[in-house]
Ligand binder design. Sequence first.
Ligand code: C5P
Length: 299
Amino acid sequence: MRSEQRADAVVFWAPAKVNLFLEILGKRPDGYHELETLMVTVSLHDELEFKEESSGSIQLTCDDRELSTGPENLIHKAAELLRRRTGCARGARIGLTKRIPMAAGLAGGSSDAAATLAGLNRLWDLGLPPADLMVLGAELGSDVPFFFAGPAAWCTGRGEIITPLIPGTALDLVLICPPQGLSTAAVFRAVRVPERPVSGDAVRRAFVAGDVAELGRSLHNRLQAPAETLCPAVSEVRRRVEALAPAGHQMSGSGTSYFALCRGPDEARRIATALSHGWDEEVRPRVSLVTGCLEGATD
Ligand code: C5P
């Protein structure tokens, strides 16, 4: 997570993630699904600014009025959890600049929560090591611990058991976000546990080797079929992207965002341009060029 110390504030950039692979292994007694997923951060970020608040309260503001800034926001929950566990009574003013689409399978809320744990740990001089922040993060959401280990990791359990991976190359992606979102819980409720799960060996090998062609062939997301049933806009995006023949393409996480994995920046620009027109108004997605694993690739 990139950060900067300013005169009276700490700033953290909270990246979005995409899943290059996601397989469901089973349903657990606690209601969660046991899974295996390959997650990578991308160059689309929210920005969080943390300042001292002398009253001792936690105050959150956001430039996007659609986002609730009340106690149910994961940023508030992260701040309160950190205070409870450390006994810290200090306050904070947190300013969120929201760029990651919500309910899109890009883990924007989880990344904001991870940045809040890291940002307040710094602002309040708590000195917690990343391993402790990861444990706290797992209490807030399955995707939160990953953001302490980015830019890439193989994640198991309910997603919170993290094995960092070193990317063989940065990835040129086109990100396509339909205006409709999906609830993560609803997509998981609709998924069928496969009798024979797809192995993640090929995708991991291709990713570490930086072999984009092979990586494109080994993309997999078990949540895509139920998400397409719940949200036909995802199917429409899939059909449009498929016709443009990138190295690979699929939905990220529980959707509805979708990505094309491209063979280089020129192909990414061509595909983004082709996807920027020709949609009916109600399904017109937001199309952007992003880079995956920018920090950490070995090329
Ligand atoms: O962990 P998180 O709060 O982000 O998960 C949101 C919802 O997604 C859970 O309540 C659960 O319904 C579903 N989920 C799941 N299995 C996972 C992760 C999430 O069923 N491994």
